[in-house]
Design a protein. Structure first.
Length: 230
């Protein structure tokens, strides 16, 4: 509002300078006080409007990512692995065809994560923005998504190494391998003791974002419409 105040005095200077005496001084003081008062109020309202607009932008971005998360992870964790997804996998000496195919199924998951790099980069950016706008508690929500991704990475890394382990019957770590396979594919969750751990984290992320951001959007677009009086 400083520009508006300068403009006002510039426009009225020639009028005010023709008057002199205490009355003009008092009038000038009152006019200046009124301009400052209303200018400050307008400035404060402008700041609130700018902050609310920014809050809505960040809330929309976070909600958009939350809804994209389902499709991104459905692609990453799809149990259907095609040969072309791992045909560029380096050869490992001593691999049989069966062992290479199993190795390829884990390699394909890693490639899918890499193919979604743009999505995960957007998540990190939204993470920081939400903390800036909504407070540090927003980090707990985003950690659910980051941990879900990390669980997938740990799962395929451990299962890859397990391919080189000597077979044991019975295998004392059979429950662990089942759980790791469930981390890679939701369909295997029914076979694991802890079920679909990754899926639960993804649900927690989406629910948390909706709880955090949906009220912001509803304030602007969800206002009930007044019905005309009959």
């Amino acid at each position: 509002m400083p520009e508006a105040i300068r403009d006002f005095f510039g426009a009225h200077y020639d009028v005010l300078k023709d008057f002199a005496g205490p009355t003009v001084t008092l009038v000038g003081f009152i006019v200046t006080a009124l301009i400052a008062y209303f200018g400050f109020r307008n400035f404060e309202r402008w700041k609130r409007e700018q902050l609310e607009e920014r809050r809505m932008e960040v809330a929309f971005e976070a909600l958009e990512l939350a809804y994209k998360t389902k499709h991104a992870f459905e692609h990453i964790r799809s149990p259907l692995i095609y040969d072309y997804e791992w045909e560029d996998m380096p050869q490992v000496p001593g691999d049989t065809d069966d062992k290479r195919r199993r190795r390829g199924s884990y390699y394909a998951i890693a490639k899918r994560l890499g193919a979604n790099k743009e999505f995960f980069d957007a998540v990190w950016k939204a993470h920081a923005k939400c903390m800036a706008i909504f407070g540090p508690h927003a980090e707990e929500i985003f950690l659910e998504l980051h941990k879900a991704r990390r669980q997938i990475e740990i799962a395929y890394e451990m299962l890859l190494r397990h391919l080189n382990d000597a077979p044991m019957n019975p295998d004392p770590n059979a429950d662990l391998w089942r759980q790791l396979r469930a981390d890679l594919a939701a369909a295997d969750g029914a076979l694991a003791n802890e079920g679909d751990r990754v899926g639960r984290r993804l649900d927690a992320f989406r629910d948390g974002i909706e709880k955090l951001c949906r009220p912001v959007m509803d304030r602007e677009f969800g206002k009930p419409q007044k019905r005309p009086v009959a």
